[in-house]
Design a protein around this ligand. Structure first.
Ligand code: ZN
Length: 152
């Protein structure tokens, strides 16, 4: 697995922000695929970061999140993106494209919803409504009773 694949979604995007904010300095290649750098933290402190691209889990950072652990922190991601800025832009572009496609998909579902509900069998609709009322938030349950079952 590559370094980015080892990072959590949170570390990936926080690392992207750090890269865009130019928080990485003093990058030195020390070996094949191994870089040392200094990364400005959220305060005034600088963290000493080593990324090992062939062996991501050997990467090091002395921040409290990653120190002594084998995980990929946002500082490592920021260094990686600074070494490969075109990777950062590609990943950002892909995420945006995914988000736009996902939004479009949700809109399509919302447009089709009335037709889909219209086609449902009455017994299926009844159990769907009961399930929504029992499993949904309490206000929804009370609202339904107020609006539709007032005669009871
Ligand atoms: Zn770190």
């Amino acid at each position: 697995m590559g370094l980015l694949e080892c990072a959590s979604g949170n570390s990936l995007w926080r690392g992207y922000d750090y890269f865009k904010e130019n928080k990485v300095s003093k990058i030195v290649p020390v070996d094949d695929g191994i870089y040392e750098a200094s990364v400005l933290g959220s305060g005034t402190e600088f963290y000493k970061v080593t990324i090992d691209i062939p062996h991501p889990r050997r990467s090091k950072c002395n921040c409290p999140h990653a120190d002594g652990k084998r995980l990929i922190c946002k500082h490592m991601v920021a260094v990686y993106f600074t070494v490969y800025p075109e990777e950062a832009e590609r990943i950002y572009r892909e995420a945006m494209e995914y988000e736009v496609a996902e939004e479009k998909h949700q809109e399509e579902i919302a447009d089709k919803l009335p037709t889909l509900i219209h086609k449902m069998k009455k017994t299926d609709l009844e159990s769907a409504i009961l399930q929504l009322l029992y499993e949904g938030p309490e206000w929804q349950y009370h609202k339904f009773i107020r609006e539709y079952l007032d005669n009871f």
